[in-house]
Design a protein around this ligand. Structure first.
Ligand code: SF4
Length: 318
């Protein structure tokens, strides 16, 4: 892994200590990955701190231990420089929360995959909440999306910090597709026209009505990525959304919980015995092979991540 610097922390007794913060998409982390944080903390006498952006910071590291810590983690940093999309904070939504009105994880993961670390005129934070309780403080983000009974409310221009600002409601839309298209327009317009200023400062400089006039319109007709290029959410429970067609699996691409069984079999026939070992004797059946991996794992009573480990081992060993 390339060397990634840590952030210098408060100097105490003349000693310099550093913090590193790996990326945790949507704040979901697997137990084996969590174990690596513990291993790093124990090995380097570090301290773990939960951050406000749904991450775990590892601090109190000596400079000479920073590279080794990244090596042990095998994770990407949350961000490298400041004028980028810094975080997409996503609440559990309909995936887990009983109050949810919309699937914030599905929408938020698409934004995370598309925008995280993209260069912007200034730093940008995005928040996605599954209901108006807004547990991710979406109206305090540069771009915020909040699920409602009717659809999604899209906000822009919020921020915390020394100059807090509540985001402006840009539009209420009915579908996830419209919400994504509007977020695209907001971000593209900001990228093309803002100076070195946060989204809220930009809106105040040009005026809310001018901003809305520039980004609103026929959202169904808004230019969006073709479906085949749309990102896919890597979480169990989200592979069967009819609006997001999973891409075909190209040779060399890793298998994920959302990968369709048919694609796994077509691209990596070497892993078929692994699927058969969990009782999948139905690999010739079109309806069963159109299922995503997570669903097959659920039906056959196995943990999808255990199955994924075996499939990836078989694939890489081929
Ligand atoms: S914002 Fe709503 S859906 Fe999301 S965690 Fe909070 S209460 Fe649940």
């Amino acid at each position: 892994m390339a060397q990634i610097a840590g952030n210098l922390q408060r100097i105490k007794n003349g000693q310099r200590r550093y913090a590193i913060t790996p990326r945790i998409p949507a704040g979901f982390i697997q137990p084996d990955q969590l174990q690596k944080y513990i291993d790093v903390a124990n090995k380097f006498n570090a301290v773990l701190k939960l951050t406000g952006s749904q991450r775990i910071m590892i601090t109190n590291l000596k400079a000479e231990d920073v590279d080794a810590a990244w090596e042990m983690l095998g994770m990407e940093p949350a961000y490298m420089v400041s004028n980028r999309v810094r975080s997409v904070k996503i609440c559990p939504g309909t995936t887990f929360c009983k109050r949810a009105k919309q699937d914030s994880v599905h929408l938020g993961m698409q934004l995370e995959r598309k925008y995280l670390s993209q260069e912007m005129p200034s730093k940008m934070k995005i928040g996605v909440s599954g209901c108006p309780n807004s547990c991710t403080e979406s109206r305090m983000k540069d771009v915020g999306v909040i699920g409602t009974v009717e659809g999604w409310n899209v906000y822009a221009g919020g921020s915390g910090g020394a100059h807090p600002r509540i985001g402006d409601l840009i539009a209420e839309v009915a579908t996830e597709k419209e919400a994504l298209a509007l977020v695209d327009r907001i971000i593209e317009y900001y990228k093309a026209n803002a100076q070195i200023e946060r989204m809220g400062e930009f809106i105040e400089r040009i005026g809310l009505e001018a901003f809305k006039a520039a980004v609103l319109g026929d959202l169904e007709g808004a230019p969006t990525e073709p479906k085949a290029a749309e990102p896919v959410v890597n979480l169990p429970g989200h592979g069967n959304d009819p609006e997001v067609e999973a891409p075909r699996l190209e040779p060399g691409q890793p298998i994920t919980p959302d990968t369709i069984i048919r694609d796994i079999v077509d691209t990596y026939p070497v892993v078929v015995p692994v699927l058969q070992s969990i009782g999948m004797g139905c690999l010739g059946c079109p309806s069963s092979t159109m299922e995503p991996l997570w669903q097959a794992a659920e039906i056959h009573g196995v943990n999808v991540y255990d199955l994924l480990d075996k499939l990836e081992t078989a694939r890489k060993g081929a």
